[in-house]
Design a binder for this molecule. Structure first.
Ligand code: SF4
Length: 247
C-alpha cells in the first residue's frame, strides 16, 4: 500500500447526488472489486492498482473551514469516491475533524461508509442539526462479501453499527448497491436498523473477472437484478421501510 500525505488545493466539491461532497482521501484501501471510484486513477495519475494507494489530504479540515465560510449552505456527502472511515482514518482523524466543522456550522451531512469506525464519532453526529449515516451493504452472505469486498469490514459489523446509530436517534439508511447474490437476506437483517433503503444494480465492469471465475455471471444479468430488486422492495415495504430502486 503506497501512502502519501498531500496538501489539497480544495475540498468542498460540487456533487450530482447532494449539493457538495468532501473526500478527505484519494483512493480507498477497502479495495472493493466492483468499485466505481476506480475511475479516479485516470485523473490522479496513480499507477498502482485500485486499493493499493492512498493520498491523505492532511489539510482537509482547514480547507473545509475556509471554504464553507464562502459557500451557500447545502448537504455534504462524506464521501462519494472514497470510504471516509477506511482504516487510516483511525490515525488521521480527517473525517472526524471535517464532521466537527460541519456540525459546528449547522451544515447538513450524509455520511456513507462500510466501516463501524463511524461509531467513534457518534457524539458529533448526535449533536448535528441534520446528519444521516448510510452503510453500503451489498449482500447478506459473508462468503460473497469476501469475494467482492475482501478488505472491507464484515457484514455483521456493519449491521451492528447501524443498530447503534439508529438507537441513538440518528437517521440511518442502507445502500444495497450493487446488489450481489444473497442481497435478499438483508430484508430480515436490516429490520429495525434503518429508516430507508436504496437499491441499485451493477453499473460497471470492474468486477467481471470475479463473476467469471466464480461461475456467477448470471448475477450480473438483467433478470437477476429485476427479481432481486422486486424481492427487496416487497420485503422492506412489508416492514414499513421506504425503498427506492434506482434503476
Ligand atoms: S468502500 Fe466504497 S469507495 Fe472504498 S473501495 Fe469499496 S466501493 Fe470503493
Amino acid at each position: 500500500m503506497k501512502i502519501r500525505e498531500i496538501w489539497a488545493k480544495s475540498i468542498l466539491s460540487k456533487s450530482q447526488i447532494y449539493a457538495y461532497a468532501v473526500n478527505p482521501y484519494v483512493g480507498c484501501s477497502h479495495a472493493c472489486r466492483y468499485c466505481y471510484a476506480a475511475f479516479m486513477k485516470r485523473f490522479t495519475g496513480h499507477k498502482e492498482r485500485w486499493g493499493e494507494f492512498l493520498d491523505v489530504k492532511i489539510n482537509a479540515p482547514e480547507l473545509l473551514a475556509r471554504e464553507i465560510a464562502r459557500r451557500r449552505t447545502g448537504r455534504v456527502w462524506v464521501s462519494g469516491v472514497c470510504d471516509p472511515y477506511q482504516p487510516l482514518e483511525r490515525k488521521y482523524k480527517l473525517t472526524r475533524r471535517c464532521l466537527e466543522i460541519l456540525m459546528e456550522n449547522g451544515w447538513p451531512m450524509t455520511v456513507q461508509t462500510k466501516s463501524p469506525l463511524v461509531l467513534r464519532d457518534i457524539e458529533i453526529l448526535v449533536k448535528s442539526r441534520d446528519a444521516e449515516v448510510g452503510f453500503t451493504i451489498t449482500t447478506a452472505e459473508e462468503r460473497i462479501r469476501r469475494l467482492f469486498e475482501p478488505s472491507a469490514p464484515p457484514i455483521p459489523e456493519r449491521l451492528g453499527a447501524l443498530e447503534v446509530l439508529h438507537s441513538r436517534g440518528i437517521k440511518t439508511f442502507a445502500m444495497i448497491a450493487p446488489m450481489l447474490p444473497g442481497a435478499a437476506g438483508l430484508v430480515g437483517a436490516l429490520a429495525g436498523k434503518v429508516d430507508h433503503v436504496l437499491v441499485d444494480r451493477l453499473n460497471y465492469h470492474y468486477a467481471d473477472r470475479i463473476y467469471r471465475e466464480n461461475g456467477m455471471e448470471w448475477a450480473k444479468e438483467e433478470p437477476f437484478f429485476l427479481q432481486e430488486a422486486e424481492e427487496l422492495k416487497k420485503g422492506f415495504e412489508g416492514q414499513g421501510i421506504a425503498v427506492q430502486v434506482l434503476f
